[in-house]
Design a protein around this ligand. Structure first.
Ligand SMILES: [Zn+2]
Length: 376
């Protein structure tokens, strides 16, 4: 075995082990103690030589940690990740397996595998190049909107950096530069309950809600464009009443909808449009609101990606959203690429191991160009 292949083998093993150790902690929103445990694990993993400063925050119950070189408040490069994962259906196990060159498990692709890469490279560079201007921020409420994580850190704490790296969007050679805006809305309908054998005596809020949702869906159909689904979309994700019996008409019903929209639409514009559909005894509540994002990645990173992969880079649009939206407003370039992943937020979520190693090497090449550790 050559020195290089021994190094590669050891990197692969470390990335797999660390990802699997992170997956086994069910760090979902409904388990705050596991979020906390996962954060401890992350901080402990980044062995802290004396020259690093660890700052911990807890905004509205969501912990975040920022690790910076001592005496540096705005690092040249800041690595960002979230450790929260979306909850799986009840009874699902937070286990992982390695198969066909992939790590399978809840949160493997979004984004515990990516977090493992960041932790490894952060530790490696700080061990080898003391004082390098490289920071790390780990948050825990991205899947819930990011307000108490990345937004809090940039808006309230005043965190700044030269370039931000968030491997939570795009692909290896497809670097995301635009993301749609997001609205999570709750539609509520009130009515009057009654026996289902005499529906004419009741005002059924569930049926009112269904017909309203159809109207809204028809409206979104009119906004379609032929441009790769780069138009507003609408999906009903939750629908519920307090009713538990089949022969009773409920007095209240609600639905949660997920709306995604590209520029030039804005969240206020979409909300006021939807408000026009609301009738008497109906309400619209905004749960999450985020504007569309446009970021500019560092050209040096594009070069590093092309050198390592030997393939051209394309700049793409993403339908999903990420924490980049809280950063790009400060004029900070954001880099969004990630390994090959699949089935995010669903059963059999996976991350491809070889592409994790490739991204690690891309970061390595980029830091060498950007931070010039050899000049120290
Ligand atoms: Zn994510």
């Amino acid at each position: 075995m050559t020195e290089t292949s021994r190094k590669d083998e050891s990197l692969r093993r470390r990335l797999i082990e660390l990802t699997r150790d992170l997956i086994i902690i069910p760090s979902t929103r409904d388990r705050p103690e596991d979020i906390q445990r996962c954060m401890e694990f992350v901080v402990n993993h980044v062995e802290l030589p004396n020259e690093l400063t660890v700052r911990r925050f807890c905004e509205k119950g969501s912990p975040s940690t920022v690790i910076l070189p001592r005496n540096v408040s705005a690092p040249e490069v800041l690595l960002l990740a979230h450790l929260d994962v979306v909850a799986r259906p009840q009874g699902a196990a937070y286990h992982s397996s390695v198969n066909d060159g992939r790590i399978y498990g809840p949160g493997s692709g979004d984004m515990k595998g990516e977090l493992a890469i960041l932790l490894e490279i952060f530790r490696d560079f700080h061990e080898r190049c003391s004082g390098i201007s490289l920071g790390l921020a780990v948050t825990s409420d991205e899947e819930n909107g990011g307000n108490h994580g990345t937004r809090f850190l940039f808006e309230k704490v005043g965190l700044r950096c030269g370039v931000a790296i968030i491997p939570d969007s795009g692909s290896l050679n497809e670097i995301a530069i635009e993301e749609k805006g997001i609205l999570h809305l709750k539609l509520k309908a009130h009515g009057s309950s009654g026996h289902a054998s005499r529906p004419w005596l009741a005002e059924n809020p569930l049926e009112k809600l269904i017909s309203k949702l159809t109207e809204v869906r028809n409206y979104f159909e009119t906004l379609k464009s032929a441009d790769g689904h780069w138009h507003p979309t609408f999906a009903v994700t939750v629908m519920q009443t307090e009713n538990r019996v089949s022969n009773r008409i409920p007095s209240f019903a609600e639905a949660v909808c997920d709306v995604r929209f590209p520029p030039p639409y804005s969240s206020n514009q979409v909300i006021s449009q939807l408000k026009r559909f609301m009738e008497h005894k109906m309400e619209l509540e905004v749960l999450v609101s985020a504007e569309p994002t446009k970021v500019s990645p560092d050209p040096l990173f594009l070069t590093a990606t092309e050198e390592i992969t030997q393939k051209p880079v394309t700049l793409i649009r993403e339908h999903g959203g990420s924490d980049a939206r809280f950063i790009c407003g400060y004029g900070i370039p954001v880099i969004m690429s990630r390994p090959y992943v699949g089935n995010l937020h669903a059963e059999n979520e996976w991350i491809d191991i070889a592409s994790m190693e490739t991204l690690y090497h891309i970061y390595q090449r980029y830091f060498e160009k950007k931070l010039r550790p050899g000049d120290r």
